[in-house]
Write a protein that binds this ligand. Structure first.
Ligand SMILES: Nc1ncnc2c1ncn2[C@@H]1O[C@H](COP(=O)(O)OP(=O)(O)O)[C@@H](O)[C@H]1O
Ligand SMILES: [Mg+2]
Length: 319
């Protein structure tokens, strides 16, 4: 029998969910040398600090020949350990352009047993279902708070009835803001976007704690204190943006669909940014105010799409 595998291919995080284990990677490739006809690459955690690091899915889909070919190398590397006896469901960013979907399908064309679903849909399956078929009778809104986009979609079972992907707010945008804010507060220290991301991931809205960090100031490494309150404003403004985009999206959903959503539906909020400590209470309050529905969250927004994808893969195998 085929083994069900769920793969989330995101702009920052790639997660592979097998039956008994989960593997987390970063969606990044770096060229380290080799010849023109035989280039050498490194991937994921070995690539992300490299000066030639490229995130081929950063904008949802590769935007050039070069990033398409890097994505193809990445996918080859990622799949080398997955047995041919697998049925793979890929959770991919929401793409409303045919070209991107066609390209991704071509890259994945060597895999015989596979299906593609959006990351938002897979997260909802993870949160709402014990078996993927249960989703057929559900109507639900998903907000997917990712590193490069904030996506919204309303699904009626497997059918996507409305969707929109906003380039802002995003996790990366917040990282850039935090990097420049900290650089200013720390007297011109250099803070990379990756460092800012790590700081953001340690931050908590409910449990304000300052922490110290080694930073580069004027060419020397120094220990500096990062105050929780410095970040609070940026984080709150990110959350306010997410909520105002939610409102904007809902105002564009056709009333009949919205009314069914409110009467019989569910709301799911996922994506890595829903892991931001203390954010769920703020998001839940506002969603309830907007829709009179309590949103559900995955245990881990980064892994949820891969887990949902695996559940869908199980469904394909057994049906
Ligand atoms: N514990 C956490 N706290 C705050 N932010 C987090 C946490 N975990 C992940 N994130 C953020 O979520 C984003 C990644 O979300 P993800 O949905 O995996 O993105 P993508 O689909 O674009 O790869 C990043 O901005 C990351 O910093
Ligand atoms: Mg994503």
């Amino acid at each position: 029998m085929l083994e069900p595998v769920g793969v989330k291919l995101g702009s920052l995080n790639t997660v592979v969910a097998y039956r008994k284990r989960i593997i987390r990677e970063l969606t990044v490739v770096a060229r380290t040398g080799g010849s023109l006809s035989n280039p050498r690459y490194v991937f994921s955690h070995s690539a992300f600090r490299h000066s030639s690091a490229v995130y081929p899915l950063r904008f949802g889909m590769p935007t050039s020949e070069e990033s398409a070919s890097l994505l193809s190398e990445y996918v080859k590397w990622l799949l080398k350990d997955i047995s041919e006896e697998s049925f793979i469901v890929f959770a991919v960013p929401m793409m409303n352009f045919e070209q991107g979907i066609a390209l991704l399908k071509k890259l994945l064309s060597t895999i015989k047993a596979k299906q593609l679903f959006t990351e938002a849909f897979c997260t909802a399956v993870n949160v709402l279902c014990r078996r993927a078929t249960e989703i057929e009778d559900m109507i639900f809104l998903v907000a997917n708070l990712g590193s490069t986009t904030t996506e919204f979609a309303v699904f009626d079972g497997f059918t996507r009835r409305a969707s929109r992907s906003y380039p802002e707010p995003s996790g990366n945008q917040l990282d850039r803001e935090i990097a420049s804010l900290l650089s200013e507060r720390l007297g011109g220290a250099y803070i990379s976007d990756n460092e800012a991301r790590e700081i953001k991931e340690r931050f908590s809205l409910d449990n304000p704690r300052d922490f110290s960090l080694k930073v580069l100031v004027g060419g020397r490494i120094r220990e500096r204190v990062i105050r929780n309150e410095w970040l609070r404003e940026s984080i709150n403004s990110y959350l306010a943006d997410v909520l105002s985009k939610t409102e904007e999206f809902l105002s564009q959903v056709e009333p009949e669909l919205l009314s069914r959503l409110v009467s019989f539906g569910s709301v799911v909020v996922g994506g890595g940014m829903c892991n931001l400590k203390g954010s769920r209470k703020v998001i839940a309050e506002k969603m309830e105010e907007l829709l009179d529905l309590k949103p559900s969250f995955p245990k881990d927004g980064v892994a949820a799409p891969a887990l949902g994808a695996r559940l869908i893969a199980e469904h394909f195998i057994t049906s």
